[in-house]
Design a protein around this ligand. Sequence first.
Ligand code: IMP
Length: 426
Amino acid sequence: MSTLVVVGSQWGDEGKGKITDYLAQEADVVVRSQGGNNAGHTINFDGEKFALRSIPSGIFNPKIKNVMANGMVINPKQALEELAGLEARGIKDYQLFISNRAHIVLPYHEMLDGAFEQFKGDKKIGTTKRGIGPANADKANRIGIRMCDLIDPEIFKSVLKSSLTIKNMELKMLGLSELKFDDIYNEYVEYGKKLKKYVCDTSLLLEEEIEKGSKILFEGAQGVMLCLDHGTYPYVTSSSPTGASVPLNAGIAPRYIDNVLGICKAYTTRVGEGPFPTEIHDELADYIRERGHEYGTVTKRPRRVGYLDCVALNYARRVSGINYLSLMLFDVLSGIKKLKICYAYELDGKVINTMPATLEDLYRVKPLYVEMDGWDEDITHVTSFDELPENAKKYLRKIEELTKSEVVIFSVGPDRKQTIRLKDFF
Ligand code: IMP
């Protein structure tokens, strides 16, 4: 048995989809354990580009079991559309298993997500408006609806009735139109019928796979800095995208987690609002944004761009149990004369090496940088560490030094083939 958790170690969009897809070639099982269709995982192979939202990245390989585990919040309509989209492009032969305990996202969650954002005004989170926060809130409030409810028309009727009574009160309070029970029930009960064949106890399935000695890949969504507990609260998502959350969110024992691979870009980006200490505000940000195609997969928003922040990375390593790093979009940095890496922050005249808890402090920290010479060479055809320009080698080694983590993969382009592995770890 071998297990690997892939986590985003920054603010999401680090290229987890690409690495999961690459490693999935060796896996027997690929698991999504939290988040929902707020994620957007882009995968390129054989000249084709696929953007996955809630379906695990192993879906392209018929031999792989794909699990949507209990910690996810799943939008049934969107999941079926995503599957239909894949099928329309020839991806028909797949294995998919959806946890009977996963919560579902309903239309009122999306409405409430939008309304909360609007009411927050300039304090808005910048959510993806996919209803993820309200669905997770209902779960915690014990008025959520799960897959096991959706696929049983009688149970669904009863739980939807009681949840909708409360949700309609909320909608009314916020000045939104109330929803009719029959409209939601009649539409969603059909989705339940279609999804039923995939729904099972995925925790049990995973235990059986572990006992068989399978290779299991846990595909993280979002990133550690967006963690509800450890991220830049309140500018975070509503679940925990850390390695530590995987056992809970997938229903397996913590002792079964072997390694945690942190995916990080060679620089930093974030979408939405919130503090971003190493953000770049000049034309260098545009250069990186254009070369790195830094626009949201889900919302198409231009991403904010910054220098690599090793304080944030080190923090992510600690709270998420990261022991290896995969350095993504390394090729994007070619052509930049001087590169900077943030190694510490200065706050009130003191040098600090960790993320402060309050937004106020995070907005005030001054990043301290090591400056390094860049390289001009195009590195998109590089196939080994030795082929990298000297300054690129130094940049990579510096990251290892500052994050106390070994870089085991670096990526020099979007294709599967442009992935260079420096060590066997799965
Ligand atoms: P929510 O998850 O839609 O509630 O959004 C909360 C915050 O997480 C916002 O800043 C989003 O932009 C961010 N976010 C959610 N999912 C992703 C993702 O997959 N990549 C990057 N940012 C994300």
